[in-house]
Design a protein around this ligand. Structure first.
Ligand SMILES: [Cu+2]
Length: 165
């Protein structure tokens, strides 16, 4: 029931977004030309989400790369996305486009802290087992890039793709 309601709202939001984009609106274009997610859409998604149906996803960061390199997620599904750094140096998970199209409930460092903000762009995960959990709902289908912007890490392969279907 909750999911159907969310899906209906998302479809309505997408229709409105398409109209705005079609009229030459000044909204930021996403990777597939979709309009940016608004704060009202984020709040509606968080309000309607059923976190009892949350799914787990993990990206393990190593020297040097993300595992998996390609992560598939479903739009409208609540996730706990765990980022773990098994490497020996700090690494980033930088994904402004992806993080700009999700509703984020909170970011949690287990047993330590929770951070709440409408939109994140990047996370730094400390080496040798540092981790954090991002509670989020993807709202826009698309293919999004994530990478580590520290020093030459991107050139060394610390990057991946998030595919929202
Ligand atoms: Cu790195």
């Amino acid at each position: 029931m909750q999911l159907r309601k969310l899906a209906t709202r998302l479809l309505a939001a997408l229709a409105v977004a398409s109209l705005v984009a079609g009229c030459g609106g000044a909204m930021t274009a996403g990777p597939e030309g979709a309009a940016a997610v608004t704060q009202a859409q984020r709040e509606a998604a968080l309000r309607d989400a059923d976190w009892a149906k949350m799914a787990d996803a993990t990206i393990t960061i190593r020297d040097y790369g993300y595992l998996p390199r390609e992560l598939r997620l479903r739009a409208g599904q609540p996730y706990r996305l765990t980022l773990v750094n098994q490497g020996s140096v700090p690494h980033y998970f930088t994904a402004p486009e992806f993080l700009g199209t999700v509703a984020t409930r909170k970011v949690e460092v287990r047993n330590q802290a929770e951070v709440k903000a409408p939109v994140f762009t990047s996370f730094e995960v400390h080496p040798r087992g540092g981790s954090l959990d991002v509670y989020l709902i993807p709202l826009r289908a698309g293919t999004y890039r994530a990478y580590c912007h520290m020093k030459d890490h991107l050139a060394m392969g610390v990057e991946g793709v998030l595919i929202v279907e």
